[in-house]
Design a protein around this ligand. Structure first.
Ligand code: PMP
Length: 402
């Protein structure tokens, strides 16, 4: 590197973005992580914060899963693994998907990665090109839009409707499809609304997309966390397999967010293309984490059921409490662990209210706009926190808004 370039890099300490490639500005940071950082800095200044912002189960990873990881480390599983994942885990995932979705899946159609997020990123990078259109939910999980923009493709919003419990109109979806549409992204149960799509919705989307040869990415990471009706997966017929990517992972169902373990089900040729990507980036997913993943899938499932049972109780407390706050209205979410409250009658914008609650009440929640323009007029509250904490958060909000 030339002396001049080194000098330029050294002088960027105070203006770090100046010498970075322009494309990095096209990626955005997930809102929950930004608010968490702000909340933590307030805590460092001695302020008490109730955390209703972050989307991760507050439960411990079940002990039998942790034990499997420890055993694996002690047995020497501390070296590289194949880039697509350990064959034993790919088989366990294929069996799990075959059993839960009812469509036969082979281990060769499974890709393991350090987190579902990474599967979303790499499959979009492989399938989408500049100028393509990608239909995504609005409001929706911010990573989809961030990556679509990063690629130079165009996000096309499909609006989720509160009066339809945050489902969308199929006619609207049909109208949004153009010659440039390359992908439709679905997420059910949904972040941030807790809405779920029905089996009939899924069948209609499958019909629409397969006739036009559009890939569907179905993000089913909250599939195990449903309360009122059985989970309706998109991945329920053999016919859709050639143009479907199913993404799922261990973070939510097994309280394993920090382990970084996700999987994707996709055509074999896409797994092979994705391999080049993982091989040049992560090389592989941590070997003993994958061993823990096998235990998660084949071991006892009671901890998942217990966690969902507890979330269901918290959901009632959260929604009832939110509906008691003047200016707030909240529908009962059907899945995930988020309540998406309509705050339009407070006459504040979502961001102003979220900042106000954090600073004045010490309650961290997310502005609906962290999930796209369709989130204006809403705040997302995560009930992945204890009932005393949820009650304290609600009490503080009521007090400052009185
Ligand atoms: N999809 C959705 C809809 C999510 O909400 C999240 C996490 N908040 C992810 C994917 C990412 O999960 P992982 O921890 O497996 O990367």
């Amino acid at each position: 590197m030339s002396q001049e370039k080194i000098a330029r890099l050294d002088s960027t300490e105070s203006q770090p973005s100046r010498h970075y490639a322009a494309w990095i500005d096209r990626l955005s940071v997930e809102g929950a992580f930004a608010v968490l950082a702000k909340a933590r800095s307030l805590e460092a200044q001695g302020k008490s914060i109730v955390h209703l912002e972050i989307g991760e189960p507050d439960f411990e990873t079940p002990k039998h899963i942790k034990d499997a990881a420890v055993r694996s480390i002690m047995a020497g599983d501390t070296h590289y693994a194949p880039s697509a994942g350990l064959m034993e885990l790919r088989k366990a995932v294929a069996d799990h998907v075959t059993a839960t979705r009812g469509v036969p899946v082979s281990a060769e159609e499974v890709l393991i990665a350090p987190g579902t997020k990474f599967i979303i990123f790499l499959t979009l990078m492989i399938l989408i090109e500049e100028g393509d259109e990608v239909i995504l939910p609005n409001p929706g999980y911010s990573t989809y839009e961030s990556v679509v923009k990063f690629i130079g493709a165009k996000p096309v919003y499909i609006n989720l409707l509160e009066e339809k419990d945050f489902r969308f109109e199929m006619e609207q979806l049909e109208k949004k499809i153009t010659r440039k549409t390359r992908m439709i992204i679905l997420n059910s149960p949904q972040n941030p609304t807790g809405g779920v799509l029905t089996a009939d919705d899924m069948a209609r989307i499958a019909f629409l997309s397969s006739h036009r040869n559009i890939t569907v990415m179905s993000d089913e990471i909250y599939g195990r966390i449903v309360y009122d009706t059985p989970f309706a997966s998109y991945y329920t017929s053999k016919e859709i397999k050639p143009h479907t990517i199913l993404v799922d992972g261990f973070s939510k169902a097994y309280a394993m967010t920090g382990w970084r373990l996700g999987f994707g089900i996709m055509p074999k040729s896409l797994v092979e293309a994705a391999l080049k990507f993982t091989n040049n980036t992560t090389a592989c997913t941590c070997t003993f984490v994958q061993k823990a993943g096998i235990e998660a899938l084949i071991g006892p499932q009671e901890p998942v059921a217990e966690m969902v049972k507890e979330f269901k109780v918290r959901r009632e407390v959260m929604v009832k409490g939110l509906n008691e706050i003047p200016g707030f209205k909240c529908r009962m979410p059907k899945g995930a662990f988020y309540a998406f409250a309509n705050i339009k009658e407070t006459n504040m914008t979502s961001q102003v209210l979220a900042d106000f609650l954090l600073e004045k009440a010490g309650v961290a929640a997310l502005s609906g706009t962290a999930f796209g323009p369709g989130g204006e007029g809403y705040l997302r509250f995560s009930y992945a926190n204890s009932i005393p904490q949820i009650e304290e958060g609600l009490r503080r909000i009521k007090e400052v808004l009185r």
